[in-house]
Design a protein around this ligand. Structure first.
Ligand SMILES: Nc1ncnc2c1ncn2[C@@H]1O[C@H](COP(=O)(O)OP(=O)(O)O)[C@@H](O)[C@H]1O
Ligand SMILES: [Mg+2]
Length: 250
């Protein structure tokens, strides 16, 4: 049997990563890889350190010790905007859309920062925006302001912005939370489609239904430590992990 690491190139390599906030050890000696084209879900109770791990990858936080390498290059000391340009895009739990811009402007603003407009000219950029709008079913909302969208539409707009970034690695912080079942199915299909085209995805997710349907691999974090990695079946059927996950440590 081959493991994902044997089948795929490792894009992101995390080694012995630690982050302390004063006396709190938010991330403790975490070592993990994100292989190309694989969907990894990061699960664990509230406060486990999931968002902190994202912040350490994207340069929003500086590790206390340990390393993160992207395509073989250390990310130490590189500013978040530069890391984003290197191909690592993220969403935030609070989405951080430009509320008073239209759907289209929210997407275009990302593309202006990436290479699209410059390489293929305005026509290529507009074609790509139309594709993204169609894939996220936001075509009819393109001229509406983000603030006026329904909840699920805002979630899809956040994803549309990631799609527009042309990033190779997507870090998604609870992207599907609160989606209705139909939106959820569309969401899963869209992420699977992009993963099959070689996009590497790491998702923080609480909904175990999503974890099971979406993940190639699950990484379980608790109190800053990576307790286990494996298939969703292996992780979710482990009674010890289930007890931690559901808050029963007795
Ligand atoms: N900037 C910060 N300063 C101090 N403590 C923080 C900071 N960010 C997170 N923490 C703490 O680190 C721990 C992990 O937080 P977080 O990564 O947000 O957890 P999760 O996303 O898994 O719910 C929590 O105890 C949280 O209070
Ligand atoms: Mg979080």
């Amino acid at each position: 049997m081959t493991t994902p690491t044997q089948q795929h190139d490792i894009l992101l390599q995390i080694r012995n990563l630690n982050k302390n906030f004063g006396g709190l050890k938010a991330i403790q000696d975490v070592t993990m890889d994100l292989p190309a084209g694989v969907i990894t879900t990061l699960v664990g109770p509230n406060g486990a350190g999931k968002t902190t791990l994202f912040n350490l990858i994207t340069g929003h936080l500086v590790p206390t010790s340990g390393t993160v390498h992207w395509l073989g290059q250390p990310l130490k000391g590189i500013e978040p905007w530069r890391i984003a340009r290197m191909g690592i895009a993220r969403t935030f739990q609070d989405l951080r859309l430009f509320s008073h811009m239209t759907v289209e402007e929210n997407i275009m603003s990302v593309m202006e920062r990436s290479s699209w407009l410059w390489q293929g000219g305005r026509a290529a950029a507009e074609k790509r925006v139309n594709e993204i709008l169609a894939e996220t079913q936001l075509t009819e909302k393109r001229l509406e302001r983000a603030v006026d969208l329904a909840y699920a539409e805002r979630k899809f707009l956040s994803l549309a912005r990631i799609m527009a970034s042309e990033a190779k690695l997507w870090l998604l912080d609870e992207p599907a939370s609160g989606l209705d079942p139909r939106s959820f199915e569309r969401f899963v299909a869209l992420l699977r489609d992009y993963a099959s085209r070689g996009i590497t995805i790491c998702i923080i997710e609480h909904n175990l239904d999503i974890v099971i349907k979406l993940s190639d691999r699950v990484a379980f974090l608790d109190q800053g430590k990576l307790l286990a990695q494996g298939s969703s079946q292996d992780i979710l059927k482990d009674p010890h992990l289930a007890a931690i996950y559901f808050g029963d440590r007795s």
